[in-house]
Design a protein around this ligand. Sequence first.
Ligand code: FCB
Length: 478
Amino acid sequence: MTDAITSSGEDLPFPAGFTWGAATAAYQIEGAATAGGRGPSVWDTFSHTPGKVRGGDTGDIACDSYHRYVEDADLIKSLGLSAYRFSISWPRILPSGEGGKGAVNQAGLDYYKRLLDALAERGIRPSVTLFHWDTPQALQDKGGWASRDTALRFAEYVSVVGEALGDRVPTWVTLNEPHVVAHNGHRIGVHAPGLTDDAVAAAVTHHLLLGHGLAAGALRAVTPAGTEVGITLSLTPVRLGSDAPEDLQHAARVTDASFNGLFLDPLLYGRYPAHALPEVLPPAGLIRDGDLAAISAPLDFLGVNYYRPVHLRRGDPARLLLGEAPALPGLDGVVQFDPAELEHTNMGWLIDPEGLYELLLRLSKDAPGLPLYITENGCGAEDYFGTDGVVNDLERIKYLHQHLRAAARAVNDGANLAGYFVWSLLDNFEWAWGYQKRFGIVYVDFATQNRTPKASAGFYAGVARANAVPPLPAEWPV
Ligand code: FCB
């Protein structure tokens, strides 16, 4: 399989009109946590709780993009990108999370209007995410996404934003990665709000999806015809050797249903997947008449965040070998493993571009005709300035190059891919890792807020300009 991505000696083209963008999220870049009337979110609370984020880092200042958005818009333009995916901070718009008379923080809306105008002046198309994890703390205090009411409050907030900004925004993403919110935030507790409760995580899963469905309906009611509405999922292809026996095929079905089907099936088919682990499935008592119809209303596109797959093989979860991890509970005699021939990023994440290729083809088969956008893909690395004053982030170039080759091959083989957004435009607050992990194609010096495009920014700008990805080098420099 690796041969397929290393052997070709030609540029691989992308379709005409392909979108080339970069992505960020509000809490990771804006800073200005208490400026302009913003209320606290669960991430303010979490990051200010000792021991939750590496180094005690918070998003209080982050990249200060709230004040430096013009410079950031200039950066995007200087790279020749056609699109920018950013998120709106819910508590900047509704500081208490709820709408109603006098609740809207006009200064928050005005900030996003200024940002959208700055993008429009530079010919950059916005793709706006409405929820990238910053639930208003005031709503968390009332139960957060474990409570059905939060889905209704989310739709209320989305309709405020849609009405105010709808004339400036062609593309909306309702939610970013509901799986990560439910799992990391409510099952294993490594993200805000830091809960560790399977039942809560299952309820959160349903309420996030319901929030998506209601928000999509709210947007369609208040935004101009032709506005695109979609959702972004973190998808984790499950990979097996081609001669995998039936017990591994079964393990793969359960794992795929628990990670991916749990979100894809209700969105695409209006039902939860039969094969998922019982403990991740929302209990029937939570699902009211009409919920699944709202959740499965047609999407204009699906946003795909791809970082890494999981590989399964036979093994003993009680005696893990090096490079192995336990598979999901109940899958006897099966382990996850990292194939020895594949490298890792400095997040410890496996680098496996074939996973992206498989995923894009599978989605195009499961949802024929539905446009796909890669809304995030990228690499955390140890970046620093060389003596020549350049950030020569070869690992990131290699990662992007390999994944863009995989994406181009998928398009060539029939995947319905409309665009690619690199994660991320800027080094930023990487959630529980704080500022220790750098994902940007632009280096941020957090002491001075100076921004410097890395070598990967040049590489990526070249791909965008050519609308094609060059052949992989026969050998990478060391
Ligand atoms: C994704 C998140 C994004 C960023 C990347 C590295 O799960 O959506 O905000 O942190 O991971």
